[in-house]
Design a protein around this ligand. Sequence first.
Ligand code: GDP
Length: 437
Amino acid sequence: MLEGISSSLQKALGKLRSKGKLTEDDVQAAMREVRLALLAADVNVKVVKQFVDRVRERAIGQEVQKSLTPGQQVVKIVYEELTELMGGSQERLRMAAKPPTVVMLVGLQGAGKTTAAAKLALSFRRHQHRPLLVAADVYRPAAIHQLEVLGKQIDVPVFQLGNQADPVDIARSGREEAIRQGADVVIIDTAGRLHIDQPLMDELRRMRDALQPDEVLLVVDAMTGQDAVTVAESFHQHLGLTGVILTKLDGDTRGGAALTVRAATGCPIKFVGLGEKIEPLEPFHPDRLASRILGMGDVLSLIERAQEAIDLEKAQEMEHKLRTAQFTLDDFREQLQQVRKLGPMDQILKMLPGVNKIKGIENLQVDERRLQRIDAIISSMTKEERQDPSIMNASRRRRVAMGSGVTVREVNQVLNQFEQAREMMKRFAGLGKRFGR
Ligand code: GDP
């Protein structure tokens, strides 16, 4: 995500980082590069100018000259200003004092509105809410059906009245239906057009006036760069947006939209979409994105993901087993599966600070297939074998290799590694006892 701007900004600032003393020329030269990096990332020209002026002013000022590590101090200023540019702190959704909370999603066709509606519904469900999806996109063929399919996939009810009904009526009836069902959040997928036009805006405005939604969120495609910003300005003018969902930030977008939307429209980005798969929407954290862009890692997001994916009780049980050396292959497999739930390994690694500076990391491919094979090997063993791998004689090993489609050598490797790990744990557990734990 945003690799281009990330590497060019890091390059521009890298030269400063190590300097013990900064001259005004050093700062000027670095700021020229920062400016080019932002322009190349398709950040709005006016926004770039303001940004660079602010950073330069601070970088030449007292704050830096007095600091022991001037170079680092400039990096910190850029980080703070980038964070500020994107809105400062995370903006959460407004929830109605008296449910249901009504969220209206608007945007142009193809921006990812329907996908975002399902992802948002899933986020709510994960947080113990009861969402209802309302299909009010009556123009795009198959939009209603698409929402129904997605709803089924994530087990969230979808309300619709077909594509002949008036969208405003659909939205109103949808809210009534939510109250009847006891749903506490209503997410309305509205119609988009290929271009902004008056009839679309009029219809959306009628809906907004009729429902008085708690949130009017614009869904825009980050890949469209500055167009996304123009679209946001126009929607905001007509409807008064409460926030933006920036989709397709997973692609090779240059990042201009993410960095400009807030500054240009005053509307906060509340969520980002990172793929076609229906997973909960990622809340937008300006500080974390700024730190990721500057190569400071994204440990917080990683921790949050881990918290969502890993079952705390199981983790504690596992820790106890490790300490008391009762760890079996069953446990090993389970742990492997938990870690894999975090997402692709190479993506996780790249979130760690400093990792993206390792040479060749962009070409790193963690062998997911090997992890799969380990899983298959353990799954091919009987319960008894998993509890006590010492009974794995040659013929059992051959059977497991056949069953999981790998070589006997690979089975041996996995068993040896497991045995070594267990030996080590036993020793640690012994130590723990000696020190009275
Ligand atoms: P709508 O017309 O605004 O309702 O758009 P859709 O939700 O149908 O999305 C249009 C296309 O974009 C679909 O092919 C989606 O799978 C894809 N899409 C939506 N969100 C994302 C995203 O965050 N990342 C990527 N890569 N594709 C997305």
